[in-house]
Design a protein around this ligand. Sequence first.
Ligand code: HMG
Ligand code: MG
Length: 314
Amino acid sequence: MIPLVLPSAVKIVEVGPRDGLQNESKHVSSADKISLIERLAAAGLSQIEMTAFVSPRQIPALADANEVAAGVCKLPGVEYSALVPNLQGYEAASKAGVTSCALFLSASETHCQKNINKSVAQALESFQAVSQRARADGNRLRAYISTVFGCPYEGEVPIAKTIDIARSLLALGVEEISLGDTTGMGTPLQVARYLAELFAELPPERFACHFHDTRGTALVNSLIALQSGVKIFDTSIGGLGGCPYAPGATGNLATDDLVYLLTSMGIETGVKLAELTAITSWICQEVLQIEIPSRYAKAKLAELTRKDLVTITP
Ligand code: HMG
Ligand code: MG
């Protein structure tokens, strides 16, 4: 049996308000988005991606990025970030008071082109201006590399591509890189192999993992990533999410499912699980009126309902 080497604490980056809602066809009001972000912060999430400053024609669900980013009542000690594709997005985010931004590109050329209308080289070139501005403003810069563990258009993507892009991003001054499994194509042994190759070249503390749960592997891949040295994970409330430019992409790993797993192993997250269940129920059942995608909240709510039935049934 291989001994588990696990950290004592993990940081969770909550991406539900952005990744979770960007693909939703049901209209969610700015007031509900603001409430969602404020409730997530109150539940103990210390970094929340609030929205995206992208083309409103491409992503109409987040066309109210300004109102949302400016409207959130911010708690001290919580990092409120936004996704930006270019300098125009960075400037709009700054104007709305955002001090932490996340750039994004893909390891595969086809997804990169479809998602941001740029090749990988063009994207990296365009990020230079954003990085210079962020440094001058004293703002924090994160970046996503999508399709690291597989591309819906190109299939398997060699980890060497991600390593090259990650080097360029770190050289640009990006503080943290999130490795996106955009359509949940990653499998445990592949994740172990890819991360071993990556961390032989670059420091694990600069990387986060961003698993989508399209094929039900997000949780097991997270466990492998944890053992490989990753201590930062992106998750989405209730398991909402998907990328409009990645056919078949479904939700991110659910925040409650990961917090439940980590808590069961004695790993600290600072997040209150009971609060997550309440928020999941509200956003999925009341606001979006969909079935809850995450496993833990669904099970917990069913358990609570059964308990109610027991108490009222003679
Ligand atoms: P483009 O057409 O190449 O941009 O789009 P352009 O510079 O040629 O400008 C065209 C128009 O877009 C202009 O407006 C610009 O003003 C406007 P017009 O003059 O025609 O009226 N524009 C913008 N508007 C608002 N905000 C901006 C902005 N930039 C230009 N920042 C662009 C390039 C990237 C903007 C476009 O392709 C786009 O918005 N794409 C959306 C990409 C997206 O949001 N994808 C989903 C998020 S990524 C994801 O989910 C993956 C992730 O979760 C990790 C993972 O799971 O792997 C992060
Ligand atoms: Mg994503």
